[in-house]
Design a protein around this ligand. Sequence first.
Ligand code: FHN
Length: 480
Amino acid sequence: MIKKFSGLVVSTIIFMVATVTPSFAQQKPKEKIELQHGAHRTGKRTDADMQTWRTYGLGQFIHWGAYSLLGGKYNGEYYNGAAEWIRVWNKVPNAVYDNLYKQFNPQQYNPTQWAAMAKQMGVKYLTFTTKHHDGFCLWPSKTTSYTIAGTPYKKDIIKPLVEAYTKAGIDVYLYFSVMDWSHPDWRYDLKTREDTIAFDRFKKFTKDQLTELLTLYPETKGLWFDGTWDNSWKKSGAFTDSLEQYLKALRPGLIIGSRLRADDLGNRHNDANGLLMGDYEQGWERKIPKTYADVHGNDWDCVMTIPENGWGYQEKWLGHWKTSNELIEMLAQCVSLGGNLVVNFGPKGDGSFRPEEMTAAKDIGAWMKINSNAIYNCEYAGWEKQDWGYYTKRTGENKYYMIVFNVPVSGSLKVQPPRNWTVTKATLLGDATKNISLEKIDYGGSFIHLPKGFSTGKPFVIELETQKATGTGNEQKAKT
Ligand code: FHN
């Protein structure tokens, strides 16, 4: 394996900034800038594959690799960064880390059980790490010896996983880190001719690995790129453009987010004209938009860790980890703003999950069993936000959902549809017998009165049927 690059420190700093600084500010220049390798589409992708992506609501991310064997700890000490980055910790010699894979033998790896847990949780798509920044491949790649084939486990991890999740009705997206610390031709920047020659070899290696993944696992619906923030990649805009076109020709319908491309000037996510380069905005990592305007009319999803930060298995979760109700609220927030939420799981090196993650999956699944109509096939409602929670709208129907987290002391929830629309029916999901009453108020609004002492102890959903209003909305406007 190659020695630690000084650039790795640079990349770590960039990584820290990249994950904090919004990388998706949509700045539009006054004059349109001519680009060869900018966005090739304005507006959303409209084909059937992308329309399916828009319906998911809830996804699962899984980070699994050699780092999972350490769990963020080495020689009894805990690394306080993200566990999957432990190789950069100066307390872990590269030689030790780079030979960890020779211990990878996950006897508890059961893709059918993994898929069953995800299905029970209500997940509709999976994003799975085929290769993280360390370069260790969970498939038997022919491009390197640093793969699952060189482990005691030997067998391909990806194939049975893709088959099990696809069989369970969950679409699979493969995560791929462009940055590869194990490859001698990886460069953080291209400063010399030698850098460029080496990085050209690296780009071919990358294309070969991606070709393997799409050829070996044709059920794959998309690729989730990561590790593309360094200058070497920013200076490779033409290559990123041709690579995206190559991959989409190899696998028609393939979905690729905005983390792959760079434009002619090194811009990422959005090109120099402020247009998204990718099928959806992939900058929402551990953060959720505050308003619909923040997503600039793009498709998007938010990838979220359950602990504070850290994607791979961490033996000791530092700081606060999200409760099931907090994750359900994040899910409601994302879908209410037209996106999906992708909750991350970090299995242990043996292939088992932490109890906290299994509890989260079970709780979210129990909630989805009753309330998934407010999540799947739903979109931004566009109604005036109220303090009790979030609206979603069923795509293609006049059906709206109130996902309620905060019941006012009055027990009455205000609803204010757009002018000339009115609510005709309100039903509590999961218990239509509950007597919730509907009181019309001025300007086409309503109060939903909950029964006295109503409490479910968890978020609940009220389904609203609506129709064009007749005769309302003419109330005398105040003269001030
Ligand atoms: O550096 C990676 C990190 O380890 C993790 O994989 C996340 C997941 O979105 N992506 C990068 C940080 O933005």
